[in-house]
Design a protein around this ligand. Structure first.
Ligand code: GLC
Length: 430
């Protein structure tokens, strides 16, 4: 059995740490602008101008089953969809706003189709919900709000009341967790209590120009969620610690630890295929196939999950670049998923040889050596003599012979690297 324990949390993370790999989906009005999901803030776009995306929102090629099938094929076991991003637009049929998908030309409750389709494919269903809201009339103008530099911003800010907004969020959360069946993850985004440091800070801004748990009334929000869906996983971005830590766009090099107690925690790294979460037509920094596999392996090798993002086009399909990236995972996971599901960081007795990463099944019985820099014939793994029973390449179950010398074990590998990214040696431990 794995010797690693993590800090206890209120939700059920058992399935989560087993499944390891999920799909993040950023979809909203910004998908039409096709130049980053922050476009409204970045360009400080007036409400009237942003409205054009609402009026033209019509993803005619959207097919939730197709999304779910692609996620599943890529080896992803759960998904998290933006039910509302910072722009405030709701992809679900909420009774608390008109700014919702059912009032666009598309006219259908997209969240419902998503939840039904992903569940039908056997995937766990998650909802992302933005704490930030650049449309809601009660949301105080702050350092990232699109209206922050309007000449009359201070005037516009008068009469806004975050308490009403917090209630709106609770109402919508109740809808999301009542009307769509069992929801496995709710992913709030995000708190920034220290807005004052920003160049866009103005002295009239309330709450130091930022917002955090007091403005979201996170305590009440969480209490409500636990009443509705006690087992659900809640992220930490409400400003109150719950189930998962969510490092973003970084590759953790060691197991994430609790800020004060130092305990290991359940964590989920989130990453993008290119430099944006929402569909970005002209963005060209798409990660290579090697990097895609590395992100997954790296994360699991330090005990974490990977939530990999797709930003569908405004017509509702995954563009060819995203499909290509997902296919990299499909191809790799088809043969190597055993080194990911039910796996975690290898026990300290195993030290990764240079150019490799290790994962180990949580039952402790199998060690996986992910070979990134393919060695010439011999691969040594220190201090492991007497510990291995049998070894094979994971992708084709072809035997890998090994010998022992001075307390170490070395594998005898074929000179030619198998024609796959990151070949894995599966070692059966004694
Ligand atoms: C950030 C961004 C946001 C994105 C999220 C995903 O907080 O504001 O656009 O949705 O990260 O982790």
């Amino acid at each position: 059995m794995s010797s690693y324990t993590t800090r206890k949390t209120p939700g059920n993370t058992e399935w989560f740490v087993h499944d390891r790999f999920g799909m993040f989906i950023h979809f909203g009005l910004y998908s039409l602008a096709a130049r980053h999901e922050w476009v409204k803030s970045r360009e400080q776009m007036p409400e009237e101008k942003y409205q054009r995306y609402f009026e033209h929102f019509n993803p005619d090629m959207f097919d939730a089953r197709e999304w779910a099938k692609r996620a599943k094929a890529a080896g992803m076991k759960y998904a998290v969809l933006t039910t509302k991003h910072h722009e405030g637009f709701c992809l679900f049929d909420s009774q608390y706003t008109d700014y919702k998908v059912t009032n666009t030309p598309f006219g259908r409750d997209l969240v419902r189709e998503y939840a039904d389709a992903f569940r039908a494919e056997g995937l766990h269903v998650g909802f992302y919900y933005s704490l930030i809201d650049w449309h809601h009339p009660d949301f105080n103008i702050d350092v990232c709000h699109p209206r922050r530099n309007d000449p009359d911003a201070e005037e516009q800010d008068k009469g806004r009341d975050m308490r009403r907004y917090a209630e709106y969020m609770r109402n919508q959360t109740r809808e999301l967790l009542t009307n769509y069946g069992k929801i496995d993850v709710i992913w709030f985004d995000y708190s920034y209590p220290d807005g004052r440091g920003s160049g866009d800070y103005k002295p009239w801004m309330l709450y130091n120009g930022g917002k955090g748990k007091d403005q979201w009334e996170s305590e009440k929000l969480i209490k409500l969620i636990r009443e509705l869906q006690p087992e659900i996983i809640i992220d930490n971005r409400t400003g109150i610690e719950q189930d998962i830590w969510t490092p973003e766009q970084v590759q953790p090099t060691e197991w994430v630890r609790h800020e004060t107690t130092g305990e290991r925690v359940v964590f989920e790294a989130c990453q993008t295929f290119s430099g944006s979460w929402g569909y970005y037509r002209d963005e060209t920094t798409w990660k290579s196939p090697e990097m895609l596999i590395e992100m997954l392996v790296n994360t699991v090798s330090v005990g974490g999950n990977l939530l990999m993002n797709v930003g569908p086009t405004a017509r509702g399909y995954f563009d060819h670049r995203a499909v290509r990236a997902l296919d990299v995972y499909s191809e790799w996971m088809k043969y190597n998923s055993r080194s990911i599901y039910g796996c975690t960081m290898a026990e300290p007795e195993f030290v990764a040889p240079g150019g490799t990463k290790l994962t180990q099944s949580t039952d402790g019985k199998r060690l996986y050596i992910h070979i990134r820099e393919y060695p010439f014939i011999k691969l040594y793994i220190k201090g492991t003599a007497g510990k291995f029973k049998y070894a094979q390449f994971l992708h084709d179950a072809s035997e890998i012979e090994f010998k022992e010398k001075d307390g170490d074990t070395y594998f005898i590998l074929p000179i030619l690297k198998p024609d796959i990214i990151d070949p894995v040696i599966e070692v059966f431990l004694k």
